[in-house]
Structure formats: structure tokens, C-alpha cells
Design a protein around this ligand. Structure first.
Ligand code: NAD
Ligand code: FE2
Length: 381
């Protein structure tokens, strides 16, 4: 038996932040990152709250790739303040921290059951609608993806005004995270008609609007579209889960602090070739792995469908690399200039072992061998 539901009520478009002035409470606990405070983004949340005389406490000790100790201090503050609503304002790091804070706080105090409202300020993770949260274990250089139904936010607010300030580099990285979510969910062994429809729309929007959004942050229409695509892709992978791309990207983030979306982007062309068993030199044949048909659908949606499966898969890979180049995302880890070849290669086996254990890898369409994962890590150097 399969099931599909959307547990999060989504407010979107103009004036959607007004929802905050309607909350039936006198105080809220806000989890946000330091950028939202210093840039004044926080005012978009506090103004509607103040309009309705709702008090608030702000927890802003958030860092990218949230480590467990930040969650622990957030839990202590949330339990002390005991607000009926928690509001997360920020990228995946702030939203994931808030999900973990709520989960652990309610575990400690069973009478404390705050509702969670997630308000993304990047268009990338889709965390505002998912049961996932990715924490970092800094001591062991690993990322821990947690998944549980009780982490799904009750509400999400998508307002493109919050992503206007995202610089091109972060637009590029987070946008490629959206593409990867949609494509991985689409070929996941748990894919279904509902997740498929969401993933197709997310890819269609990214194909039309991601480069526009990257090249002009004032293009409100493109920003709005990509912000919605991010949420659609989140709904898709919340149902279908992800795959080896994310399983491997998590290790690149944990070991070398490569931005999550950037790590996904660098891997994506290689994972498509690996899963489809098609490379630049492949000849066309009678039978292909079933994910090939799905990748070909994505190529069609992106307008790069070609003569046959082999040429279409190669066109899809080239198109993804074209998008990356247009957005100045390096195609190789070596081009990032953050780690030496020796240091990188020394970690490859450890990363491969962790990637095989990563929960995302379990739904990849091709069951990866250790030697194959090592080979892909070497290829992307
Ligand atoms: N829960 C999930 O389903 C899920 C899915 C994918 C990724 N993740 C996790 O989410 C994290 C990545 O999230 P992210 O890509 O959104 O990045 P992020 O939250 O780490 O933010 C990246 C940077 O962007 C800045 N920023 C955020 N909003 C901004 C804005 N409006 N203007 C200017 N700068 C802004 C932040 O201050 C930060 O410096 C990773 O830890 C990843 O593992 C979670
Ligand atoms: Fe992701």
C-alpha cells in the first residue's frame, strides 16, 4: 500500500506573510540565521506579529550545516519560552535546526506541542514541507539525515520578497539543489504518480526560470517561480525520497564544507550517467534500465530530447553542465580550490562507506557497489 499526503498548509504569493498576524497566540519562538537579523529580513516576520501584539523571542545561533550542539541550546531556549508556535526563517540550515529543536523539545516535555511554520529565504531545500532534517556531527565529519513524520512543518509561507537578497552564487547552488531533488525523486525506487507530477513541474520551472533568476535578482517573476519549484521538489522527494546523489553529496558537505547544492550539482551529471549506464561512448541498444525512460522524460521537459536514449541522456548531462557553467558552478571538485588532491583522495574511501550507509542512497534506482561509489568520487575530482 502506498500513500500520499501534504501535511503542510502552504501560503504563497503576495501578502502571504500577513498570515503571521492571524496566529491564535500571544507569543512565538523564532529560529533564524544571523544574516536574517543583520539584513533586516527578520522585519518581514516581526512586523505582522507586532501588528497583532504577538510577542516573540529570537534564537539566531544558526550556522550552515547545522551541528547537534546548536540544536541542544535551541531546545533549552524553546523549553524555557514555551510558545505555541515556532517560526523558522532562513535557508535549509535554519529550517532544519528548527525541526530538530521542536522534535527534541517535545520529546523532553510531552506537554509541549508547538506548531512549526517554516519560511524559506533560499529557494533550494524544500525543507519547509519535508519530514527530513540534516544535522552535522562535526566530531566525526558526517551528516546525519533524520526523517520522521512529526518533523513536517504545519505551515509554510513562500514569499519571493525574502529571496531577493540571495546573491548569485547561492541562487546557483540552491537552484541546483532543487533540480537534484526533482530528478532524484523522479527516478527513485519509491517514485509514484504524485511525486512524479511534482518533480516534472519543478524541473520545468527550473529549466525556464533558474538562469533568469540567477542573472537578475530583481526579476521577481523568475524568483517567485523558482521559490515555488523548490517547494514542489520538496513535496516530490518527501514522498519518493532521494538517491545516491544526495547520499554522496552529504559526505562532501561533511568533510569539506562544500555548499550542499554545489556538491549535488557537481555529482548530478555523473550520477545520471551511472544510473542510466550510458556514457559519452555508449551505443544504442534494445533494453535500458527503467530510470532511462524517466531521465528521457526530464530531458523532454527541458527541451533537449534527442534521437534515441543514448543521445538524449548525453544531451541531458550536457544541458545540466551548461546550466552549471552559465551560473559559474565548477564541474569538478578540484576547481573549487578548497582541498588538495592528496587530502581529497585520502577521504574517498571513508566518504564512500558513509555514502553507502546514508539513508538517501537506499532509494537509488541502481544499487551501488563500494568500488563504483569510490570511482564516482574520483571522477568528480
Ligand atoms: N530538510 C531537508 O529536506 C533538506 C534538503 C536539502 C538540504 N538540506 C540541508 O539544508 C542545508 C542547506 O540549506 P541552504 O542551501 O538553504 O543554505 P543555508 O541555510 O545553509 O544558507 C546558506 C547561506 O545563505 C544565506 N542566506 C539565506 N537566505 C538568504 C537571503 N535571503 N539573502 C542572502 N543570503 C541568504 C545564509 O545566511 C547562509 O550564509 C544543508 O545543511 C543541507 O544538508 C535539508
Ligand atoms: Fe538537497
Amino acid at each position: 500500500m502506498k500513500e500520499f499526503d501534504v501535511k503542510t498548509k502552504i501560503y504563497f504569493g503576495e501578502k502571504s506573510l500577513e498570515r503571521l498576524s492571524e496566529l491564535d497566540t500571544d507569543k512565538v519562538f523564532i529560529v533564524t540565521d544571523p544574516f536574517a537579523l543583520s539584513s533586516g529580513l527578520i522585519d518581514f516576520v516581526t512586523t505582522p506579529l507586532e501588528k497583532s501584539s504577538i510577542k516573540y523571542k529570537i534564537f539566531s545561533d544558526i550556522v550552515p550545516d547545522p551541528p547537534i550542539d546548536k540544536v541542544i541550546s535551541g531546545v533549552a531556549e524553546a523549553l524555557e519560552y514555551k510558545a505555541k508556535y515556532m517560526i523558522a526563517l532562513g535557508g535549509g540550515s535554519a529550517m532544519d535546526t528548527s525541526k530538530a529543536i521542536r522534535k527534541f523539545a517535545t520529546k523532553i516535555d510531552g506537554n509541549f506541542t508547538p506548531k512549526l511554520i517554516c519560511i524559506p529565504t533560499t529557494s533550494g531545500t524544500g525543507s519547509e514541507v519535508t519530514s527530513f532534517c540534516v544535522l552535522s556531527d562535526a566530531k566525526n565529519n558526517t551528516k546525519i539525515p533524520l526523517a520522521s513524520e512529526d518533523m513536517i512543518p504545519e505551515e509554510a509561507i513562500l514569499d519571493e520578497v525574502l529571496v531577493k537578497s540571495v546573491p548569485p552564487k547561492i541562487t546557483a547552488d540552491t537552484g541546483m539543489d532543487v533540480m537534484t531533488h526533482a530528478i532524484e525523486a523522479y527516478v527513485s525506487i519509491n517514485n509514484n504518480e504524485f511525486s512524479g507530477a511534482l518533480a516534472e513541474k519543478a524541473v520545468e520551472i527550473c529549466g525556464q526560470f533558474l538562469l533568469r533568476s540567477y542573472s537578475d535578482s530583481n526579476d521577481a517573476h523568475a524568483r517567485r517561480k523558482v521559490h515555488i519549484a523548490s517547494c514542489l521538489a520538496g513535496l516530490a522527494f518527501n514522498s519518493a525520497s532521494l538517491g545516491l546523489n544526495h547520499g554522496m553529496a552529504h559526505q562532501l558537505g561533511a568533510q569539506f564544507h562544500i555548499a550542499h547544492g554545489r556538491a549535488n550539482a557537481i555529482l548530478l551529471p555523473h550520477i545520471i550517467k551511472y544510473n542510466s549506464e550510458i556514457s559519452t561512448f555508449s551505443k544504442s541498444r534494445e533494453v535500458y534500465p527503467s530510470c532511462v525512460r524517466k531521465y528521457c522524460n526530464m530531458a523532454r521537459i527541458l527541451g533537449v530530447s534527442n534521437l534515441n536514449e543514448v543521445t538524449t541522456i548525453n544531451a541531458l548531462v550536457s544541458y545540466i553542465q551548461f546550466m552549471m557553467t552559465q551560473m559559474s558552478i565548477p564541474l569538478k571538485i578540484s576547481e573549487l580550490g578548497i582541498v588538495s588532491e592528496g587530502e581529497y583522495m585520502e577521504k574517498v574511501e571513508e566518504m564512500a562507506d558513509a555514502a553507502l550507509k546514508d539513508a538517501c542512497t537506499a532509494t537509488n534506482p541502481r544499487v551501488p557497489k563500494r568500488s563504483e561509489v569510490i570511482q564516482i568520487y574520483k571522477e568528480i575530482w
